[in-house]
Structure formats: structure tokens, C-alpha cells
Design a protein around this ligand. Structure first.
Ligand SMILES: [Zn+2]
Length: 154
């Protein structure tokens, strides 16, 4: 099932954890996933002129727990997508989204400058009340703990 011209529902449900049931998805969740496609993924694809690789879209609570996602993860509502555009630096994608797209929360995750494909982009959008929040996730060298810094650190 196509959600928008270039994105299938199956891409937004895919997981490498085959043993976990990443279902059911309610009609409301599917509608939210469609928002992600319309307002984030299609816009990014059209701006950079390249296909987008979706790493993670919807996550059932079981899947989210398995991968250690945040307890309030917007992935569980179908409101967030993790993605990359092969050939485009994740930092450049985030810079463009921050300046041009309505979004709820944009996170540049574990990106290293000079390594274009390091990390990934997390972006969420909701029907109303988007916060336009921008964060950079970094892993502390000593503890391995994740810290979220306000703004884009690139
Ligand atoms: Zn994410």
C-alpha cells in the first residue's frame, strides 16, 4: 500500500527484529505515518533529488522496548521516522529541515562531521501544535550515555 507516491506502508513498518510483532497499526496510526511521508520524507526526497532510506518508522510497544527506545517515543504513535539519504550528509539534511519544514522534533543522531553517512536523522510531525524543536544526540565517550543538546551541533 502506497502512503504517498514514493513511500509504502511496508517501508514504515519494516524491522530487522523478525520475531517481534510490529502490528496492529490502527487507521489513526497509518494516517500519522502518511503525515510523515507528506510533510517530511517526500519533501526531503524532492529537495535532494534522491531516494530516501527509511531506517525506522512505526514501532509497536514491544519493538520499541526491545530496541531500547524512549518510553514516550513518537515512533509508537507513527509520528516519527528515522532516515538517511545515501550520498547526502545527515548534517546537511537536518540543516535544511530546520530551516524549511514544519516539524515537531528534529534530532541529528550520532553524527560525526566529516563522515557524511554517520548517524541518522530522526524527525517527527503531528497534525497540530508542532514544537519545531531541534536537538543533537551525542554519545558520551566515557559512559556511553546519550545526551541531547539543544540545536544543531555541526
Ligand atoms: Zn527515531
Amino acid at each position: 500500500m502506497l502512503l504517498t507516491p514514493h513511500f509504502r506502508l511496508s517501508e514504515l513498518l519494516a524491522t530487522s527484529h523478525k520475531s517481534i510483532d510490529n502490528w496492529p497499526v490502527t487507521p489513526e496510526t497509518i494516517q500519522k505515518l502518511r503525515y510523515c511521508c507528506i510533510y517530511i520524507l517526500e519533501k526531503v526526497r524532492s529537495k535532494f533529488g534522491r531516494p530516501v532510506t527509511v531506517n525506522s518508522g512505526f514501532r509497536s510497544p514491544a519493538l520499541n522496548a526491545k530496541i531500547g527506545g524512549s518510553k514516550k517515543s513518537q515512533h509508537m504513535q507513527g509520528e516519527a521516522v528515522d532516515f538517511e539519504v545515501p550520498g547526502v550528509a545527515n548534517g546537511d539534511i537536518c540543516r535544511w529541515i530546520k530551516a524549511n519544514l514544519v516539524h515537531d522534533q528534529l534530532i541529528l543522531e550520532f553524527y560525526t562531521q566529516g563522515a557524511p553517512s554517520s548517524g541518522w536523522v530522526h524527525c517527527s510531525v503531528v497534525p497540530t501544535g508542532n514544537r519545531m524543536q531541534v536537538l543533537t544526540a551525542v554519545k558520551e565517550k566515557q559512559s556511553g550515555k546519550t545526551t541531547y543538546l539543544p540545536g544543531l551541533h555541526i
